[in-house]
Design a binder for this molecule. Structure first.
Ligand SMILES: [Zn+2]
Ligand SMILES: [Zn+2]
Length: 211
């Protein structure tokens, strides 16, 4: 992605140099600026390691930083490698897209360490929607299920088990989950592509049962 090759008239590139993850209430650009200046003042021999957000950082290590929305970024995480280390826990990152950034290692997350909380939350949040999609798909299957012949419903009498939906008729039909309903209720459930009224399992099969 050649963001740096924008021709004349193109919108100005985002403030990439301010990229970093905020870890305190100080505006990111102010914090990075102050630390950057400090790094220049105490510039000495290149340190072997720096203390990143989730572990020790070394030269050449794969890392990521977030270009936070607070600092005018897009909220995305950018991956790259540690190019240089400076005194004062300052690192220079060379990003895969060709950009570079120099600032506090406290904003830098190692790819081999535990992922940032925001990414962990995103990963956990990815679970339920997938399951919901599966249920929707299953319900859609319900409408296309072939129905066997449905006998006229008979009212259950005495100790005879009755349909859990209408609590009135004998149960003549069963789903693949094992639950049973009467023929009249089955028509409504099938027409609505509804799941099993007892266990909510999407209906994929209906059979006639004899009492
Ligand atoms: Zn019924
Ligand atoms: Zn069921």
């Amino acid at each position: 992605q050649a963001r740096g090759l924008n021709g004349g008239g193109a919108p100005p590139p985002p403030r990439r140099g301010l990229r970093g993850r905020r870890v305190d209430s100080t505006p990111a650009h102010a914090a990075v600026g102050a630390l950057g200046a400090m790094g220049n003042v105490f510039l000495g021999p290149e340190p072997e390691t720096a203390q990143g957000a989730n572990g020790v950082l070394r030269k050449g290590q794969r890392v990521q930083t977030q270009y936070t929305i607070d600092e005018g970024g897009d909220g995305q995480w950018y991956k790259g490698a540690v190019k240089r280390l400076y005194a004062g826990n300052i690192v220079k990152i060379s990003y895969d897209d060709g950009d570079t950034w120099k600032g506090s290692a406290a904003y830098v997350w190692s790819m081999s360490g535990s992922p940032p909380p925001a990414q962990q939350a995103a990963m956990m949040g990815a679970g339920p929607p997938v399951m919901q999609a599966t249920v929707v798909q299953g319900v859609a299957v319900g409408a296309s299920v072939q129905l066997p012949n449905i006998p006229p419903s008979e009212v259950a009498v005495g100790n005879e088990p009755c349909c859990p939906v209408c609590t009135e008729n004998k149960m003549d039909m069963a789903f693949q989950c094992g639950h049973r309903v009467c023929g009249s209720c089955l028509r409504g459930i099938h027409a609505a592509s509804a799941p099993c009224p007892v266990c909510r399992t999407p209906i994929t099969q209906v059979i006639r049962i004899f009492n």
